[in-house]
Design a protein around this ligand. Structure first.
Ligand code: ADP
Length: 445
């Protein structure tokens, strides 16, 4: 997961905690105030601190990327408040003083936990600094106050000793957990890289012979002139093409889980890309005697031309290929229509809408939520006859999410299915050229 996402996630997790802390500390202050247990320092600065927690909670939600500043500032103020409470509590020879030391000291570990959640690398140093301040204060007070005697001061000396033991244990435990987490993440990354290397090697080892198989099939098709031979060659070609598609899905699905997954955006002629996908799949549609229409905006339509857009052509192509190959697979007869439309928006980003509609077997409404799960193939007597890994739509959904878009499905059993992908477009890097398109000819078998 990219760095920015991890920080946002941490901030969104801390925000409700900060809110709980705001409410909790305020209630505690009111309760202790009613019982006459608050020291002057607590009565003065406690409400300010509670308000600060509430503010921090709002800021964490609103500006999650500023988590370092927000948590750092809140921790600093809390540390200052706690040390003030402890100092004042230790100096007061009364139940109020002892209560102030005990009640506030037990919350110190919360500060360390917050530091380890939000600050990571510097967390150990920040916690150690807070502990050192505590230690210094203790040493100073021990000589001046605790040694001077008094029941409450002796009891508060006991609380201080417990506190001094608990704090380092807490910091060390947090550091141990953080180190363990880092080691686990590294191991996970290494395992993932190993899996990627293996898949890349496997994909290369299979893809090369597959390419030469496809080349040989074409050669064979030119030499065979009888119907039976042609049918056998067609079956061979379909099987090889399907194998290639499975290989592509498995490789992409594994890659999508990698934390190093990256977009490769470039200025792309969208109409050309969509037309290429249609051209590539046309023989398969033709083989099933399905009409395949590729509807793109042109001079005769009112829709804006697709033009050059900045997007990741390989990923958009894969989304379309998977949807179109499903449409062909799950349509026994009828037609398939691919549409691409641009929805300009000011200010940008504009939206690119891609639709793949078929008149096939459709999807049962009760099963619709499952189709994007990996390795799910709906139990339809007709779909058993076509091959598939159950990864096609899982790859499509994850790719669409990574591209910042969303996918909708509209389907009626036995009538057909329409998948609609909406993608936000970044502004083109090059000049915003718009290519008027010639009227695209539909593929008719
Ligand atoms: P598969 O490899 O089985 O095609 P997918 O992930 O691409 O895997 O699709 C999951 C399931 O969703 C398919 O098994 C099929 O039942 C259903 N499905 C996908 N696309 C269509 C479609 N256009 N029409 C009907 N059913 C579909």
């Amino acid at each position: 997961m990219p760095e920015v996402d991890t920080r946002t996630l941490a901030a969104r997790r801390l925000a409700p905690l900060a809110l709980m802390l705001a409410v909790g500390s305020m209630l505690l202050l009111l309760q202790d105030g009613a019982a006459g247990l608050n020291t002057p320092w607590e009565s003065r600065f406690g409400p300010i601190l509670s308000t600060l927690y509430g503010l921090a909670s709002i800021l964490l939600w609103w500006r999650p990327h500023r988590i370092d500043v927000i948590v750092g500032g809140t921790l600093g103020c809390t540390g200052f408040y706690f040390l003030g409470c402890l100092y004042e509590g230790a100096r007061l020879d009364s139940a109020q003083g002892l209560y102030a030391v005990g009640a506030n000291a037990q919350f110190m570990p919360l500060l360390y936990v917050a530091a380890f959640i939000a600050l990571r690398r510097s967390a150990l140093w920040v916690s150690a600094a807070m502990y050192a301040a505590l230690l210094g204060l203790y040493g100073w007070l021990y000589r001046d106050v605790v040694q001077a005697g008094g029941t409450y001061q002796q009891l508060s000396g006991h609380v201080w000793t417990v506190l001094l033991l608990v704090n380092p244990v807490c910091i060390l435990a947090l550091q141990y957990i953080t180190a363990l987490r880092g080691r686990l993440q590294r191991a996970e990354r290494e395992a993932h890289e190993g899996k990627e290397r293996f898949l890349a090697m496997l994909s290369h080892e299979i893809r090369s012979p597959l390419q030469s198989m496809l080349g040989s099939i074409d050669l064979l098709a030119m030499r065979l002139h009888d119907d039976a031979g042609q049918r056998a060659v067609d079956r061979l070609r379909r099987a090889a093409t399907q194998l290639e598609a499975h290989l592509r899905d498995i490789t992409e699905y594994t890659r999508l889980e990698s934390p190093d997954w990256q977009l490769h955006e470039e200025d792309t002629d969208v109409a050309q890309l969509v037309q290429d996908v249609c051209d590539q799949m046309a023989p398969l549609a033709e083989h099933k005697r399905l009409a395949l229409y590729c509807r793109l905006p042109d001079a005769t339509t009112e829709a804006p031309p697709l033009g050059m857009q900045r997007l990741d052509p390989v990923r958009v192509r894969q989304i379309l290929l998977n949807l179109l190959s499903n449409a062909i697979k799950y349509t026994p007869d009828g037609e398939i229509t691919v549409r691409a439309t641009l929805h300009p928006a000011l200010p940008r980003p504009a939206l690119l809408q891609l639709e793949v509609e078929d008149t096939g077997i459709g999807i049962d409404p009760s099963q619709r939520h499952r189709i994007f799960e990996p390795h799910v193939r709906l139990e339809d007597p007709r779909s058993d006859r076509v091959g598939g890994s159950g990864l096609g739509l899982a790859v499509v959904q994850r790719l669409v999410e990574r591209l910042g878009g969303h996918i909708d499905v509209d389907s009626q059993p036995a009538q057909g299915t329409r998948f609609t992908v909406t993608l936000p477009l970044s502004p083109p890097a090059a000049s915003q050229r718009q290519f008027p398109l010639s009227s695209p000819a539909p593929h008719r078998p």
